[in-house]
Every structure is written in C-alpha cells, then in structure tokens.
Design a protein around this ligand. Structure first.
Ligand code: SF4
Length: 315
C-alpha cells in the first residue's frame, strides 16, 4: 500500500493529477478555519525531512509503472509541502523520472525563505494561497504559527513572482464576513495588481465541510461579486466552475483497491463517475469498493452525490 502517493486526482485546473504527500497528516504552519482535514497536529514553520525523500521517489516510480503518464504530478496533500526540507531534491528527481510537469500547492507562508523560493523554481506551476493582506484577518483565517506574519508572506510572494518563470495561480479562499468586505478586497486587489507574472486567480470557498462549522460558504453570486470587486486584468475562476470528469479513462494498470479510493477521498472528495475514470474501473467495480467502505463506516455520500470520508461530509 502506498503512503505518499495518491490519486490520480481529477481536477479541472490540472486535468488528471498524481498527488504526492510529503508530510504526515496534519503538519502545517497554518490551522485554517476552512481546512477540510482535521486540526493541525504538528503546527510548525520549521522545515524537516518528515519522510525520507528517496522513499517518496521510489513509491512514485512504482505508481508511474501502473498509471498512464498523468497530466501533472502535484505536491500537496495533508499538510504544507514546502515544510519538507527535501522539496528541491524531490522536484529535481521527479523531472528525471517522468515528462509530466510538476505543480506545488502551497499556503505560501514559507515564501520569505530564499531556499524555499529557490527550490520552487524547479516546479512548472505553483499555486500559492493568499486570502488577505491584513495581519488580524490572516490570524483569524489561518491561525498561523506565532512567528508567521502576513507581511513576510506578501514580500516572499512578491520576490518569487519577480524571478519565477513558471505559471502562478493564486488561490483566494473566500470566507464570508471575514475577508469579503470592500476594504479587504481592495487591499488584495492593490497587492495583486502590483505583482508580476500571475497567470490566474482561483476563488475557492467552503464547498466541503470546513474545520470550523461557522465558516460560511460564498455561493456563486458572492464569488462573482468578489471577482468583480477585485477588478483585475487576470483570468479569475471559481470553485463552482471546477467540477471535472476526465474525458477518458486513465491507463491505471491494476485493479483499484479500496485503499486507493480511501487515500484519494481523504484529500479530494469525488463522484462515482470520477472514480471510474481515474481508476479505469467499471461502474460495478467501483460500486463494490464504495459499498465495502460504506459498510466499514469510513465514507459517506454528500448531497451533490460525491463521496467523502465520514467527518468531511456536508450533510
Ligand atoms: S487548508 Fe492547507 S494551509 Fe490551511 S491548515 Fe489545511 S492544509 Fe494547512
């Protein structure tokens, strides 16, 4: 059973993406109120080799023998990937083993560190989160480790955008009544307008069960208003425009296991149709595996029909 590799993940932004998790659940410099995972257990901004880089690479080599070349290999998962001290080595080695482009999904809190920026240069695409330019709102939304400050985050991101040659998509998680006031949006807009090399912006919201139940969902109307108020000459998409079923099945070469489904659903709730495509499995096979997991009490179906781990299901 694989520990570090999950997916393939169906994603409109990234097509079919193989996920690489570099931290144990849940190791992060933040403890966001909107997180869809459990509370942060290792709350740190100190980089470490949380798992052996060569073990991760060996697993990835093995999975790549079983699945068609993914559209992307994405470093993300159940914690903050830039906390792994072997990030640069891992990205460089992935380049040697496969032609798929690499992507890093990061909360951006370590971008003030020159080593982190240098290592991220090796990725083809970087998706940093940025929800606010104000320290009090930053603390309210992200509950960062005490030494992490928004100003360092903003400066790190600015320097990174000046030197990075790949594609950058900024993710803004919209929390109604917290970071969607006119003043908040104006601050974000002014800052983002001053950055170079931003390919796109993605407006996310609590479409899944957030960690703190009081976090409200910004519906499509609210996200549209947020987009209008940002008023930036950059493509801006929203979470509700991102449900994605791959056009063709992947070439996953072995029968899918319930453990494969569980690892994927932990990070990314999916519809049955998505599971059929990414695991190249029949409707009957996926039904059987889903039924097993339902009987075990590990997964449940959401209102929109997608499957998620119990505890992450929107009732
Ligand atoms: S949402 Fe991302 S950055 Fe925030 S606590 Fe969860 S894993 Fe960390």
């Amino acid at each position: 059973m694989y520990t570090h590799i999950f997916g393939p993940v169906p994603s409109r932004r990234l097509g079919t993406s193989l996920g690489v998790d570099l931290t144990p659940t849940k190791t992060c410099s933040f403890d966001c109120i909107y997180c869809q995972l459990s509370r942060t257990t290792t709350h740190t901004n100190h980089r470490n080799e949380f798992c052996k880089a060569d073990d991760v690479l060996e697993e990835l080599r093995s999975v790549l023998r079983e699945v068609e070349q993914p559209d992307w290999i994405t470093l993300s998962g159940t914690g903050e990937p830039t906390l792994h001290s072997g990030l640069g080595y891992i990205l460089a080695e992935i380049k040697k083993m496969n032609n798929a482009p690499t992507c890093v999904i990061t909360n951006g809190s370590l971008l003030h560190l020159p080593d982190v920026r240098k290592e991220l240069m090796l990725a083809d695409r970087v998706l940093p989160t940025l929800c606010t330019v104000n320290q009090s709102t930053y603390e309210k939304i992200h509950r960062p480790v005490s030494s992490v400050e928004v100003l360092a985050n903003l400066e790190g991101l600015r320097i990174f955008t000046e030197t990075y040659s790949g594609a950058i998509e900024i993710e803004i998680f919209v929390c109604p009544e917290i970071n969607d006031t006119d003043q908040e949006i104006e601050g974000l807009s002014n800052y983002l307008a001053s950055l170079k090399n931003i390919e796109s912006i993605y407006l996310n919201s609590a479409v899944r069960m957030p960690l703190e139940k009081e976090v409200k969902t910004a519906d499509q109307g609210k996200l549209n208003k947020f987009r209008d108020k940002l008023n930036l000459p950059i493509p801006i998409t929203t979470a509700f425009e991102h449900s994605f079923v791959p056009a063709k099945a992947s070439a996953w070469n072995r029968p899918a296991l319930s453990s494969d489904i569980l690892k994927l659903l932990l990070r990314h709730p999916c519809s049955k149709e998505q599971l059929e495509r990414v695991f190249n499995a029949s409707s009957v096979q996926i039904d059987k595996l889903l039924n097993e997991l339902v009987k075990n009490g590990t997964i449940a179906q959401e209102k929109d029909g997608s499957w998620a781990l119990i505890g992450q299901v929107n009732g």
